[in-house]
Design a protein around this ligand. Structure first.
Ligand SMILES: O=C(O)CC1=CCC(=O)O1
Length: 262
């Protein structure tokens, strides 16, 4: 699996599909890896260049000591696209990945042709909430949060499905330092002002049963960007790409067409 040294750390990424195709960059959420996107890949329009990576502190990317800043996470995405000589990508970010997408569009609009802000917001939670999470990881360990996290991440239907085990294992396999590092980055992020200055094609996606970034929160951010539109996926939670991959991919495929990306 390819790794690149970006901003002084080793970043695990994949660059797949047609090297000459329209580029799409996927950015994962807290306590997931690039594997988050695996279920939708077979359903995406053919001929795309699909780039994914493990956010620092996650998966097979290096785990630098916490805390991380949002500026650093944005720099990692920027450095990966520069490394691969990609411009004008469709950037699809989920949750903290959607925050990175916003930051990247603000900083380097030449890299971002359009974006999908999935289950995300300009600001997520409160500083107190993130401090408490960091404290729980330090004192009790990440695994103690697994059941509560699954409740926040998934719809009632999905909580009874056998596939849940895969996502719980992904959560439990997250390096604690990486989790705490990214919690600190989210804690320090309020993109309401910079995101409201963005002018680019944007699709928001929300899950009707999302316990982490509920639809109204996602909508509030999406509506900051003139012309952006929003899709609500019913009976899904925080990770609709895991729960209803075909429907999620269909939204991305339609958006790719709409933005003349393919
Ligand atoms: O609360 C969660 O675990 C969900 C979440 C918040 C930010 C993120 O990336 O995931």
């Amino acid at each position: 699996m390819p790794h690149a040294t970006l901003n002084g750390i080793s970043v695990h990424y994949r660059d797949e599909g047609d090297p000459k195709g329209a580029p799409v960059l996927f950015i994962n959420s807290l306590a997931t890896t690039m594997g988050l996107w695996e279920p939708i890949l077979p359903h995406l329009t053919g001929g795309l260049r699909i780039v994914r990576y493990d956010m620092r502190g996650h998966g097979d990317s290096e785990v630098p000591p916490a805390p991380y800043s949002m500026g650093t996470l944005v720099k990692d995405a920027e450095a990966l696209l520069d490394h691969l000589k990609i411009k004008d990508a469709l950037v699809v970010g989920l949750s903290i990945g959607g925050m990175v997408a916003q930051g990247l569009a603000v900083k380097r609009l030449d890299l971002v042709r359009a974006m999908v802000l999935s289950n995300t917001a300009a600001k997520i939670g409160s500083p107190k909430m993130w401090d408490e999470r960091i404290e729980t990881v330090k004192t009790k360990g990440l695994a103690t949060m697994a059941d509560a996290t699954m409740q926040r991440w998934f719809s009632r239907d999905f909580l009874n499905r056998p596939e849940l085990a895969h996502w719980k294992t992904m959560f439990e396999s997250t390096p604690e330092e990486g989790y705490m590092g990214c919690c600190a980055a989210i804690k320090g992020t309020d993109f309401y002002t910079p995101t409201s200055g963005l002018r680019l094609s944007t699709l928001g996606i929300a899950g009707s049963e999302d316990g982490a970034t509920p639809p109204d929160l996602v909508r509030e951010t999406v509506e900051l960007i003139p012309g952006a539109r929003m899709e609500l996926m019913r009976r899904t939670g925080h990770l609709p790409c895991a729960e209803k991959p075909e429907d999620y991919a269909a939204l991305i495929n339609a958006f790719l067409k709409e933005t003349a990306h393919v």
